[in-house]
Design a protein around this ligand. Structure first.
Ligand SMILES: C[S@@+](CC[C@H](N)C(=O)[O-])C[C@H]1O[C@@H](n2cnc3c(N)ncnc32)[C@H](O)[C@@H]1O
Length: 303
């Protein structure tokens, strides 16, 4: 992949890599053991369970609502370190076929390396015949599936699909392009789940959230109405949740983990980079607590 190339809409491969290729060892210091880099899901605000349990619950929600635990072919757009696909192979609904084919798209070399290694280690646990996994360094814009999928999941990637300078109509056109491809890639009865951060206030934009611009320079957030417009006629919105408190809690735990491992983080990535992440996690948490940012979870049925 050409690092400098803007491969289409949204953040360039170079911008994505600048963030996600900071290094697996750094992310391991403050993410949980599932290496999940998106909002977890607690039962409710009284649930005091661990971050790892809440991440597993979130993954289970996506497996169940997309149907990824019941179909043999699954696509994860923005697969990160591979946790969702590994869970799709390991956790099947009663009477469901084995997972035959799991495809993950990421733009980060470091994520792809770790995901491939973890999948290879897990393989003996997946039973026989073994699923085929394809972790691709590829944007959704370039994806050409070999066969239709029974389910698609996308968690925490949609935030990178448009740039702050895109006009509102251009943003919606990009989102619609994404959904129309996903629709074409699904079997007729297929579903997808989408999890994304969104502006909580219609008057906010990237300029009002400087810490986001600093850490994700090329990316802009959607508004809920953009997603409803972009899916109209392509998918039925079966469920929509705003779980902003889940992301507020997740950010607070990440910030606390990073504080605890500050010396190791500085040794790995330097004091300035560590400070940038500390600032971003602190302000992100504040953004979700204060209702400036929302965390949307959609269950979408192909029309
Ligand atoms: C915040 S991480 C989330 C990873 C994972 N889904 C999770 O929940 O832990 C965002 C992911 O989206 C991927 N991504 C960003 N833009 C993308 C694009 N245009 N096509 C495919 N993946 C993309 C990144 O490489 C990264 O894997």
């Amino acid at each position: 992949m050409d690092e400098t190339k803007a491969f289409g809409p949204g953040a360039s491969a170079a911008a994505i890599r600048a963030h996600y290729d900071v290094g697996n060892a750094f992310y391991r210091l403050w993410l949980d053991e599932t290496m999940t880099y998106s909002a977890a899901m607690w039962r409710d605000e009284q649930d005091t369970g661990s971050l790892a349990d809440a991440q597993r619950r979130k993954i289970a929600w996506h497996l169940h609502h997309s149907g990824a635990d019941r179909t043999d072919a699954v696509l994860d757009v923005g697969c990160g370190w591979g946790g969702m696909l590994r869970a799709a192979a390991a956790t099947r609904a009663e009477g469901a076929p084995r997972l035959a084919h799991g495809v993950g798209l990421t733009l980060s070399d470091a994520q792809a390396d770790l995901a491939r290694g973890a999948i290879a280690q897990d393989m003996p646990n997946f039973g026989s015949p073994s699923p085929r996994f394809d972790i691709r360094l590829e944007s959704w814009v370039d994806h050409k599936p070999a066969e239709p999928y029974g389910a698609i999941v996308s968690i925490g990637a949609f935030e990178h699909f448009t740039k702050p300078e895109d006009e509102p109509a251009a943003k919606i056109a990009i989102y619609r392009d994404f959904f129309s491809r996903c629709r074409d890639w699904l079997r007729p009865d297929g579903r997808m789940t989408l999890q994304t951060i969104a502006y909580g206030d219609p008057n906010l934009d990237a300029a009002a959230i400087p810490f986001m611009r600093d850490i994700f320079p090329d990316s802009d957030l959607p508004r809920v109405r953009d997603i409803l417009t972009a899916t109209d006629g392509l998918f039925e919105v079966e469920r929509l949740r705003n779980d902003r408190v889940d992301y507020a809690r997740t950010c607070d735990i990440w910030a606390n983990n990073l504080r605890t491992h500050r010396a190791e983080a500085v040794a790995l990535v330097g004091a300035e980079q560590t400070r940038r992440y500390e600032r971003y996690l602190k302000f992100s948490g504040w953004g979700f607590w204060s209702n400036h940012l929302h965390l949307l979870r959609f269950r979408l049925k192909r029309r």
